[in-house]
Structure formats: C-alpha cells, structure tokens
Ligand binder design. Structure first.
Ligand SMILES: *[C@@H]1O[C@H](CO)[C@@H](O)[C@H](O)[C@H]1NC(C)=O
Ligand SMILES: *[C@@H]1O[C@H](CO)[C@@H](O)[C@H](O)[C@H]1NC(C)=O
Ligand SMILES: *[C@@H]1O[C@H](CO)[C@@H](O)[C@H](O)[C@H]1NC(C)=O
Ligand SMILES: *[C@@H]1O[C@H](CO)[C@@H](O)[C@H](O)[C@H]1NC(C)=O
Ligand SMILES: *[C@@H]1O[C@H](CO)[C@@H](O)[C@H](O)[C@H]1NC(C)=O
Ligand SMILES: *[C@@H]1O[C@H](CO)[C@@H](O)[C@H](O)[C@H]1NC(C)=O
Ligand SMILES: *[C@@H]1O[C@H](CO)[C@@H](O)[C@H](O)[C@H]1NC(C)=O
Ligand SMILES: *[C@@H]1O[C@H](CO)[C@@H](O)[C@H](O)[C@H]1NC(C)=O
Ligand SMILES: *[C@@H]1O[C@H](CO)[C@@H](O)[C@H](O)[C@H]1NC(C)=O
Length: 744
C-alpha cells in the first residue's frame, strides 16, 4: 500500500503514517538482512535441478542431470572424493598425455611412444557473469633419465572441434616454461578451417628458459620469470585456440641431468604461478606439488547462432532468457554470450536470473561515503548527502552547508596555521641563535676588528652553492664560482669539522687578508655563521697550472711562459716565507694550487689553508697535502718547514719542463726518473717536453733541471731557500727574454 503522492501536502497525521510506513524499510536497510534472503533465493539453475557438486556451484547452462544443461555444457560429479569433484563431460573436451622416450646419443632416436588415458578437465569454478570456467590442466614435462635419454610427456588439450562452447582464454592465461632447458612451443589446431587452415599450427611463443651451463643456475631468482629458470609468454589474441600441445626442444649434451632433470611447460591462469628456484631441482617436483594440475581459464559461449539483429525476433533456442540482460556476439566470431545489465547480477541464462544488485551492501565496489545516505534503486543507486550537507556522496564531496560549522572548520584551520607559524618562529629563533653561536665560535668578534676582511652573511652566499657553479674539489672542501658585490669570486666551502676552531682561525684569516701580493690569491672575506667557516677568494679565470699543463684542451706553452710562471710563483712563495712579523708556510704547493689569471700571471692559492685545517696532534702523520708533491722529510718527521715548500716547488718545476704529471705511484715517478737521469749524466734531456726542446734553449733547460734537483735534495740543508730559487729563476727568465730580443 503506497500512499498517494498528494498526501505530502496533507496535515500531520498522514505524515506520521508515512514515517511509520518508511520505518521498516529503513531498518531493513540498516540491518542488511535482505542480502542473505536474496542470495538464498537466488536461483542459478533450472527448476528442480541440483546446483552444486561438492562445494562447486554449477549454474545453468551447465548442469549435471539430463534436462538440466544445455548441449555441450554437461558436468559430471564424482562422489568418490570428499568434497565431490566436478568434471566437464563434453566428449570433445579432454586432455591426454603423449609420452615418448627420446635418446640423443649416439644419435637421435625415439625409443618408444604412447598415449596415456584420456581425462576430463576437473572444474575449479564457473562464473556465468564473466563467461568463464576455471579448470585444472596437466603439465608437460621433459625429464632426463640419464646422460642420453629423455622422457617427454606432452599434454594435449582439446576444447572441442568446430562447434564447441569452449575456447582457451587468451587474456586469462599465459604460457609458462620452468626448468633448466625448455623452449616452450605451443601447437594449436585452429577450430575453424576458414580462419587458419586445417592443420596444426605452431604458435611461436618466445618463451625460452635456458640454463645450459651449470653455473647459470645461480641467475635463477625467486619470483622472476624472465628466462632464467622460468619463462613466460602471452597467448596470441587473434588466434582462437581449441587444441593445444605445449612442447619442448630436446638438445644434445645433458650435463645437469642429476640435479635438474626436469623442465616443464604449462598453460596456466595469469599470475597464478610464482617461480621458486626449488621447482627446478629434483624429479617431477611440480607435478608432485600440484597433483590435480594447474588452473587455467576457459571462455565459454553459446556456440551456434548469434545475437538477434535490432528489431529482429530472437532465434529459436535463444539462450539469453533472463530479463535485465543483454546479448553480445562472442569476440572469437563464433556464438554469443549473455550478460546481465550493469547493476544487475545473476544468471542471464535462466528466466528471472538477473536481479538488481543492492549496491549499498557492496560499498567497496559502489562507493558512498559516510556523509552520504545510500539508497538502492533498480539498475543503480543514489547516495545523496546527509541533511544539512551539499555535494555528492558517491564522489565523496559532501560538505556542510552551514557557515557556523564552516567557521569551526575555519577556526581549526586557523589554529593549525597559528601553531605552524609559532613553530616556524621558534625554529627561526633557534636558527638565528645557532648562526650567532657559530659566528662567535669562529672568532667573529676578533675578525670584526680586521679592516681588510669582509664578513658575509650566509644568506648572501647561499645562491652560489649550486651544482652549475661547482668548479672543483680539494682536500679542503668544495669550490664554487660566483659573484659577490659585483666581483667574481671563488667560494671555498670546507668539509665540516675540518677547520680549526676558535680564535686561531680568525687570526689566520686576518693574516691572510693582509697578504697582498701580485702572485698570491687574495682572500676577500669569509662567512662565519656556519659550522665550518666559508672562505671567499678572488676568482681567476684561466684555471690552475695543473689544468693548463695536463687538462683536456692543452694550450701550447712556450718556454718563456713556463719560465715566467715558475719565477713569479716563486716570488709569491718568497713573499710569504719572508714576511717579517709571521712566516707563513704553504704546505701543499702543487700545480693545482697555482692559479692563473687571464694574462697567465700565476697566483698561489690555498695559502695557509693547511694551517687552517685542524691537525690531529697525536697523528703528526695525518697528511693533508698531496702525496705526489710532499717533502719526504716532512712525511718522516711531521715537521713542516719552509724547505718542505721548496721541495714541492721542485716537483712543480719538473712538471713545467716535462709536462708530465707527478704521481705518487712508485716506479714510474717523475721525480725518481729525473733524479736518476741527472745522477747519471747531469742532464735529463729525454724527459723534457718535446714542445720546448730547442737547441738554443737546452742550456736554460739544464739549469732549470739543476734548480729542481737541488730543491728535491733529501738533505734539507742542501735545498736552496725560496729566495735563492726565485733569484735564479728570475735570472734565467731575464736571460731567456733577452735571448729572444737578440734573435729578433
Ligand atoms: C572447495 O573446497 C576446497 C577444499 O575443501 C577448497 O580448496 C576450494 O577453494 C573450495 N572451492 C570453492 C569454489 O569454494
Ligand atoms: C544449435 O544447437 C541446438 C541444440 O543445442 C539445436 O537445437 C539448434 O538447431 C542449433 N542451431 C543452429 C543454428 O545450429
Ligand atoms: C571417480 O574417480 C575415481 C578415482 O579417480 C574413479 O575410479 C571413478 O571411476 C570415478 N567415478 C566416476 C563416476 O567417474
Ligand atoms: C638411460 O635410461 C634409459 C631408461 O631408463 C635406459 O633404457 C638406458 O639404457 C639408459 N642409458 C644409459 C647409457 O644408462
Ligand atoms: C627461493 O625460495 C625458496 C623457498 O621458497 C628457497 O628455498 C630458495 O633458496 C629461494 N631461492 C633463492 C634464489 O632465493
Ligand atoms: C657438455 O657441456 C659441458 C658444459 O658446457 C661440457 O663441459 C662438456 O664437455 C659437454 N659434453 C659433450 C659430450 O659435449
Ligand atoms: C602466487 O602469488 C599470488 C600473490 O601473492 C597468490 O595469489 C597466488 O596464490 C600464488 N600462487 C601460488 C601457486 O602459490
Ligand atoms: C551479432 O551478429 C549477427 C550476425 O553476424 C548480427 O546480425 C547482429 O547484429 C550482431 N549483434 C550484435 C549485438 O552485435
Ligand atoms: C529485473 O530485475 C528486477 C529487480 O531485481 C526484478 O524485480 C525483475 O523481476 C527482473 N526482471 C526480469 C524479467 O527478470
């Protein structure tokens, strides 16, 4: 009894009546007891026909008793098992194993062959909605008996000929090969001669698992089916398969027969098989693991006839008898399948089979959020938002209509925002405090008094530290190029923890900032607000002497340029060594630390850096500099003197005249070669760079070698002072210049 529509406009009593009428429906909905009733009543087969075999549902058109199934869909139920097992009883649908013994040595021969019993496919389940059946299929296997003999078992699967409801599902299955040597090929007999001829066709399924060599076995990994112990191939879509026989390639030389005798091939439900390496070892491991076979998927359709054209009467014997259902021509081209409409479920092959789905009970599939009220209806469902809300419960967009609640939410958001802001401020304060602490720790107060040094804020330097500005890396840290106050600069960012703590650092920085010499790279400033102070130097555009001598694009360097580089570098070192108030040693003189400006004027960089770097007092031997240039006496004693710089400079001279890199590796050392050559004949002409060997320059080159050899003396007292070195280089340079003038 439904109240008439106009009753809504009538006075109260009727409305109460209306509510009472609605109430039972509402409780019903909430308790959800309707589903159980519906499922129990849901008929899946013809009247008075059994619908189960064991725990397997058998829906029409499948059936067991005569009159209970459509032709071709018979199922037999074997009650000697518990639970009972169901089999496809269609006489054209079966499998058998074809066995043969193959001998490969001394020559290929078939020892014997036979067909085993025909077996029906055991059913796993039937899904009429999807038009699918799952059943167990056999394995094909190839097992070696010994060095020469194989036992082959080929599964031959037949799903009927010409007119058959069954077809191998191409989407639902894959072909899998497992083992040490298997090329799985699938032979298929096409069901329609008009489609693919009338003989067995080999489907080329590129599935090859070949672990021919025993050592390849280790490449097999669990779960991976990519050709190492396991291979997988999809079935070709445009090739409807009714008959099929996976097979193997037998090869000669059977080295793994004892540990890995068997390989397997199977057509199996997609993503069912998970390869595991023990499956490759031992005899018939997989068939023993899955004695009933492997699950595979069969598509079924009503084989004869097709869906009626629009407006045409259905053919006699039309299968889609349920209301709320539709017909679809089978994609294989033969027959048709019946489907319940969307939002209907059940069996389209029986009268009243397709029933409306109560979507409100399956929220996983049919979403309706907690803010919505789910209402089932025929062929769908509604999910309006709760009273006082607007939006769509299906999309989950229900929101409150009322500004009051909105304000609460806004308030909440505001609160969160304020908390975030406060946290941010606290963090900022902490950061500032840390910045200040670092500043003080690094001797900021002392440095504030120095006139020549700029103190940079870390924010100002931040943009420089990006990878595109990176120019190099040294023992000290990373170097970046940038522009500060309109001046190109090189910024050195030390490895944290490597720099001296406290005032000592500040003092060093002050000393260096006061060093103003044409052959020394100028320290412009530093940033103390970070844990390890950052140093800012003037930027030199031609790179280092190391780049120029040994870099990728070698520039020609005549002797004149080399001499002036040597002399001027020496000048820089002299200046530092002889500064009156405090002597500054370099400690790491090498071509990479001699930078050149646009006119190739050398400037020594990283001066005093070695002193800035904290040295572990216990380990005097913790050497910071480059071993290839390091004074061996300093290495032994751990005492850095000005003569250590002299030694290193000697190596630099050798590199300048030979254009070869000094490397620390013993045997091929540039230094050793020079010293030995010089000891023998007091010259080392064969070691000179070919580019500068000119007869009239040989004298100068020999003198240069002499200076270098003296610098490299192992007796520290025999080494000249830097001043001495500079003077001699200066004279050589001058005489070379005047020589050029004379030639002109
Ligand atoms: C039937 O029962 C067996 C074992 O009792 C179980 O493995 C199988 O999943 C069940 N099948 C169905 C369709 O419920
Ligand atoms: C289809 O098969 C049914 C029996 O299953 C038969 O009665 C009918 O004549 C066949 N129809 C056609 C078009 O072959
Ligand atoms: C049931 O299965 C058993 C064991 O495989 C077999 O011996 C028997 O013949 C089968 N019964 C029927 C009715 O197929
Ligand atoms: C290999 O095994 C087969 C079958 O077991 C046997 O007939 C054959 O003699 C064996 N061959 C060798 C060389 O052992
Ligand atoms: C694969 O898993 C099995 C156990 O499932 C294990 O015994 C085997 O060692 C694993 N193989 C590899 C290569 O990890
Ligand atoms: C078989 O292969 C193994 C490994 O590749 C090799 O050592 C052996 O000599 C081969 N045997 C024959 C008979 O070719
Ligand atoms: C393989 O793994 C999947 C996913 O974990 C699982 O569903 C399936 O049952 C496994 N197959 C076998 C044969 O164990
Ligand atoms: C199915 O195929 C038949 C014959 O090929 C055709 O007349 C009919 O329109 C098709 N029906 C559908 C729903 O595609
Ligand atoms: C269609 O579905 C509705 C709702 O489940 C049901 O009441 C009706 O009987 C169905 N119609 C037919 C013809 O099966």
């Amino acid at each position: 009894m439904t109240p008439p529509l106009e009753s809504r406009s009538q006075p109260r009593p009727t409305i109460i009546l209306l509510l009472l009428l609605l109430l039972p429906t509402a409780t019903h909905m909430i308790l959800g007891d309707g589903a159980v009733d519906q499922d129990e009543q849901h008929q899946i087969t013809l009247a008075s026909c059994p619908d189960k075999c064991g725990n397997i549902s058998i829906p029409y058109p499948f059936g067991m008793k005569s009159g209970c199934f459509r032709e071709g869909f018979q199922v037999t139920c074997n009650d000697s098992f518990n639970p009972h097992r169901a089999y496809l009883a269609n006489s054209g649908v079966y499998q058998y194993i074809f066995e043969e013994q193959i001998r490969v040595e001394p020559e290929w021969s078939q020892v014997w062959s036979r067909s085993l019993d025909i077996t029906a496919f055991e059913l796993i389940d039937i899904s009429v909605g999807k038009g699918e059946v799952r059943a167990y299929g056999a394995f094909s296997s190839m097992c070696s008996q010994n060095q020469t003999d194989y036992l082959l078992k080929n599964q031959n699967m037949k799903l009927g000929k010409k007119i058959s409801p069954f077809l191998l599902s191409t989407e639902g299955n894959v072909v899998i090969g497992v083992g040490w040597r298997v090329q799985t090929r699938v032979y298929s007999y096409p069901w329609s001669p008009s489609v693919h001829g009338n003989s067995w066709q080999e489907l080329i399924l590129s599935c090859l698992s070949d672990l021919m060599e025993p050592q390849f076995l280790e490449f097999a990994t669990n779960g991976s089916c990519k050709g190492r112990g396991c291979c997988e191939a999809a079935l070709p879509e445009a090739f409807p398969i009714r008959e099929l026989a996976p097979s193997f390639t037998v090869r000669k030389n059977n080295t793994l027969f004892k540990t890995n005798p068997c390989s397997y091939a199977m057509v199996v439900e997609s993503s069912w098989y998970n390869f595991s390496t023990p499956d490759m070892y031992g005899y018939e491991v997989l068939p023993k693991k899955y004695p009933r076979g492997v699950p595979f998927v069969i598509d079924f359709s009503i084989p004869n006839g097709s869906c009626p054209a629009k407006g045409q009467p259905p053919p006699p014997d039309y299968a889609c008898v349920s209301g709320n259902s539709s017909c679809a021509n089978a994609t294989s081209g033969q027959g048709y399948v019946c489907k319940c409409w969307d939002h209907y479920d059940g069996n389209p092959y029986i009268v009243n089979g397709c029933q409306d789905i109560d979507e409100c009970k399956i929220r996983d599939l049919y979403p309706c959020t907690a803010d919505g009220i789910c209402k089932n209806k025929l062929g769908g469902y509604d999910c309006p938002c709760k009273p006082g809300m607007k939006g769509d419960g299906i999309k989950g967009t229900c929101t409150d209509k009322f500004p009051a609640t909105a304000r609460v939410i806004l308030g909440g958001i505001g609160g969160i925002f304020i908390i975030a802001a406060i946290s941010f401020l606290i963090l900022l304060r902490k950061e500032k405090k840390k910045t200040r602490e670092f500043y003080e720790k690094n001797g900021g107060r002392t440095l504030e008094k120095a006139k020549f040094i700029k103190l940079f804020e870390k924010e100002k330097l931040k943009p420089i530290f990006k990878s595109s500005n990176f120019i190099g890396k040294g023992g000290f840290g990373e170097v970046y190029k940038g522009i500060l106050d309109n001046e190109p600069v090189a910024v050195k960012k030390p490895i944290s923890g490597s720099v001296l703590e406290n005032e000592q650092f500040a003092n060093e920085v002050i000393i260096q900032s006061q060093v103003i010499h044409k052959n020394i790279v100028r320290l412009i400033g530093c940033c103390l607000e970070v844990e390890a102070p950052i140093l800012v130097y003037e930027f030199l555009c031609s790179g280092s002497l190391d780049d120029i001598l040994h870099g990728k694009n070698k520039v020609p360097l005549n002797l004149g340029v080399r001499l002036s580089i040597a002399a001027e570098s020496a000048d820089g070192l002299v200046y530092m060594h002889s500064k009156t108030n405090i002597k500054i040693l370099h400690g790491d003189v090498k071509p990479a630390n001699i930078l050149l400006d646009d006119k190739f004027v050398p400037k020594i960089s990283d001066f005093g850096i070695s002193r800035l770097i904290a040295r572990d007092k216990q380990h005097t031997g913790s050497i910071i500099g480059d071993m290839s240039y390091m004074d061996p006496v300093y290495l032994q004693t751990g005492r850095l003197t000005e003569k250590s710089d002299v030694y290193s400079f000697g190596v630099v001279i050798l590199e300048l005249i030979s254009r070869k890199k000094a490397t620390h590796s013993e045997g091929s050392s540039l230094v050793i070669n020079f010293l030995e050559a010089y000891k023998k004949e007091r010259k080392a002409t064969h070691l000179f760079d070919k580019e500068i060997i000119v007869t009239e320059d040989l004298e100068i080159l020999d003198s240069l070698t002499g200076i270098a050899v003296e610098c490299l003396s192992l007796d520290v007292d025999q080494r000249p002072s830097m001043t001495d070195v500079f003077n001699r280089l200066f004279i050589l340079n001058q005489s070379h210049k005047s020589q050029l003038v004379c030639e002109l």
